[in-house]
Ligand binder design. Structure first.
Ligand SMILES: Cc1ncc(COP(=O)(O)O)c(C=O)c1O
Length: 510
């Protein structure tokens, strides 16, 4: 045991120096939400010279807050880890298992501390992602036909998905509408929460899941709404997947029943690990629909007797947790914590520069705007360390042709990738938020069972979705500048037409 713990300590020490060497090294790129492209590899990718004199050689990713060299981190991390230690499945008592379990416990403690959650009240359940955390709540929430599930239209699909569980038990599902800029209106939210509140303390349980920050409209919802809902008797869950990477969240100040996060969105590595940070009292009310390895102490076979694990988090962690990656969570939390005080100020400056530069841009031949920004912009630019922005650091926009018509997002994505910029397009798994920004809420109400996106787009006569630039921990001026330079090329007829011809040919339309 002693030697195990000392090697664990060595790893931690080594990992700390690895993290700082990561900081010192060159920046890295992420090409999309899920696929990381190390700069060294992307350099060798062919980015064709543009008709203008732009000639980028480095790939630039401007989505989902992080631009970290995940691949290199993996290599570095696993090399260190495998040289010095053997980690094993946590469901045993041998040395490897004990080391894994201590890494997992360290990660749990870091997460609790980062979110100011007392370990007496809260525990951390590791999941594959934020969706997995939300699903844990949805599938186990004790809905009845008198329960109500409240959520905002401007939410991620994993929050909408909970309505399937609610519906299975005949619970009422009630939506809080978006404001024209996305998010929700506090007065409307209060009114709806009040109207659908549980009738008495013994009434059927009612669930309110709030999206802390929209991943498409950039709107933040005041966390105080969860306090209001809690006081009315709702169970409250915060989807903090988009807020946690750039803003402080204190579960001491806002003691929601549970909160979902995803770690790669917060600090880039590891992927495939999220968490449900939940009150132990809340977890005890949930009814898991099944059990698996890791959840149980004893199972009678054949038979019906099942004794669940005495550790509450284990009852919710199905099978083997991602024990190798968990060892990296503590470092990630320390890394983000070190930057957190300065991050909002830095991101506010970058977002302000990006948004104002793009807004001013005009087509060379018609003097008409090149972009239309759809997402919420901050009411003010931050000027001091420690200040918090009233919105996130996402820019959702459309590119416009000189006529004012929308340029297809698929063209913009193609053109940007020719300049070695990865732009994310689509509805960002947030159909309600996208519908609001695109002004198609009424059309969405006409959808029918079995409708495809293709059919919906055909009916609307255009591609549905936005272009999203999201800034975070590793975003820097160069990336923002690359987007502005790209937009300048779109503003020039010659550059745009040349890219258009390439897109037309590549998409088989020629
Ligand atoms: C607000 C919000 N909630 C939930 C999710 C789902 O996260 P994950 O992909 O980690 O499951 C996302 C992903 O972008 C998100 O932005």
């Amino acid at each position: 045991m002693g030697s195990v713990l000392s090697s664990s300590a060595k790893i931690r020490k080594k990992r700390r120096s690895t993290a700082s060497s990561r900081k010192r090294r060159a920046r890295f790129s992420v090409s999309s939400e899920k696929t990381y492209v190390p700069e060294s590899k992307s350099r060798s990718q062919e980015c064709e010279p543009l008709p203008s004199n732009l000639n980028h050689t480095a790939y630039s990713g401007v989505d989902q807050a992080i631009s970290a060299d995940a691949t290199a981190s993996y290599e570095e991390f696993f090399t260190q880890l495998s040289r010095r230690n053997v980690l094993g499945n946590t469901h045993s008592i041998n040395n490897s298992s004990t080391l894994s379990a201590s890494c997992a416990d360290e990660a749990r403690a870091s997460v609790l501390s980062f979110f100011h959650a007392s370990s007496d009240e809260y525990t951390v359940i590791f999941t594959p992602n934020a969706s997995g955390a939300l699903k844990l709540v949805g599938e186990a929430y004790p809905f009845t036909d008198e329960s109500r599930y409240l959520l905002a239209c401007d939410s991620h699909n994993s929050v909408h998905g909970i309505r399937e569980f609610a519906g299975r038990y005949g619970a009422g599902v009630h939506y809080i509408p978006s404001t024209p800029k996305g998010g929700l209106d506090v007065t409307t939210a209060h009114r709806l929460l009040f109207r659908h509140q549980p009738n008495s303390p013994d009434a059927a349980p009612c669930l309110f899941v709030m999206t802390a920050q929209s991943n498409i409209s950039n709107a933040k919802s005041p966390l105080s709404i969860t306090q209001y809902a809690g006081a009315l008797g709702y169970n409250t869950v915060l989807d903090a997947a988009a807020l946690a990477p750039t803003s402080y969240i204190s579960l001491t100040d806002y003691p929601v029943d549970a909160m979902a996060v995803s770690f790669y969105k917060m600090f880039g590595f590891p992927t495939g690990v999220g968490a449900l940070v939940a009150k132990k009292s809340f977890l005890r009310k949930l009814r898991r629909p099944w059990f698996a390895g890791g959840n149980v102490d004893v199972v009678q076979v054949p038979g019906t007797v099942v004794t669940l694990s005495s550790k509450l988090h284990e009852r919710f962690e199905d099978g083997t947790v991602n024990f190798l990656s968990l060892a990296a969570v503590g470092d990630g939390i320390r890394f983000l914590s070190a930057y957190m005080p300065f991050l909002p100020l830095r991101l506010s400056t970058l977002l302000h520069y990006l948004a104002s530069s793009l807004s001013k841009l005009r087509h060379d031949k018609t003097d008409t705007p090149v972009v239309r920004i759809l997402s919420a912009l901050p009411s003010r630019r931050l000027t001091s360390v420690g200040a918090q922005s009233d919105v996130g650091s996402i820019l959702s926009l459309l590119f416009l042709a000189p006529s004012g018509e929308m340029l297809p997002n698929s063209f913009i994505a193609h053109a940007a990738s020719r300049m070695c910029i990865s732009l994310r397009t689509g509805c960002m798994c947030n159909p309600g938020g996208a519908a609001t920004l695109l002004g198609i809420e009424d059309a969405m109400q006409e959808l029918y069972d079995g409708v495809t996106l293709g059919a919906f787009e055909q009916a609307m006569g255009r591609e549905l979705g936005v272009i999203r630039v999201s800034l975070g921990l590793a975003s820097n001026f160069q990336e923002v500048w690359n987007v502005i330079r790209f937009a300048r090329v779109i503003a020039q007829e010659e550059g745009r037409m040349s890219l258009w011809a390439g897109w037309f040919a590549a998409s088989g339309k020629a």
